[in-house]
Design a protein. Structure first.
Length: 236
């Protein structure tokens, strides 16, 4: 496993680029397809899916490419990270996503920080976040625990792209990106008042995913995200 400083740098940069990708493609979609929300969502989802695939390939060999506190929490539950490292990962992920929001706003000549006014806190949205986050964790850790981590980048990108459409919340599925998206009053934003409900749903999903994974994959081929990569960063 790489030194913690290297891993935190990867988590910060990956989270920054993920937030810039999600928010920036949302801003571009709004401007390219004004008045057509369905097309805007399609453009946002497609960019996020393929961009996430690339980011996991880049940063996976260094840190496991979590970019997401619930992924780090579940990895710790399976022994892949210490809880102290998970706390450090979470800080890097949140800071990265906030930085990415500022970067996206600035790249599109908007105010660097604009607090979102998009209210998303409804019961269907909360349920959607539980479903989206459980699904994401099942995709990641089912592959890791059965020795198929080499296809995780494609699988995660495909799942998130699909979940933009099959969930009413458009699948944030990530506490760090949820916080980051508060700082952009654009297509991908979320009002601060809606954030606590999303965070609660995502953490509940992590609590549900761990026993499900233990039930479905009780004898893992590979225990952790990090063990799925050799020292040269190539999937086994």
């Amino acid at each position: 496993m790489r030194p913690l400083s290297h891993r935190l740098t990867a988590e910060y940069l990956g989270s920054l680029l993920l937030a810039a990708l999600v928010i920036g493609s949302g801003i571009a979609a709004q401007r390219l397809s004004p008045g057509d929300v369905g097309l805007q969502l399609l453009e946002n989802a497609a960019a996020t899916a393929v961009g996430l695939y690339a980011l996991i390939l880049v940063f996976g060999p260094v840190s496991g490419a979590h970019f997401n506190p619930v992924v780090s929490i579940v990895d710790s539950a399976f022994g892949g990270l210490t809880w102290r490292d998970t706390a450090a990962y979470t800080a890097a992920q949140v800071l990265g996503c906030v930085s990415g929001a500022v970067l996206a706003n600035t790249m599109f000549d908007s105010a660097p920080i604009s607090i979102s006014t998009t209210d998303r806190a409804t019961l269907p949205h909360g349920l959607s976040e539980v479903v989206a986050t459980v699904g994401l964790l099942l995709v990641i850790f089912s592959l890791v625990r059965t020795g198929r981590a080499n296809i995780a980048p494609a699988a995660v990108g495909a799942y998130i792209g699909a979940a933009y459409f099959f969930t009413s919340s458009t699948s944030f599925a990530n506490p760090a990106i949820t916080v980051g998206r508060m700082f952009s009053d654009t297509f991908a934003g979320i009002a601060p008042t809606s954030v606590p409900a999303y965070l609660l749903a995502q953490l509940l999903a992590a609590a549900l995913a761990v026993p499900l994974l233990r039930l479905l994959y009780p004898t893992p081929t590979t225990e952790t995200v990090h063990e799925a990569l050799d020292t040269e960063g190539q999937p086994r």
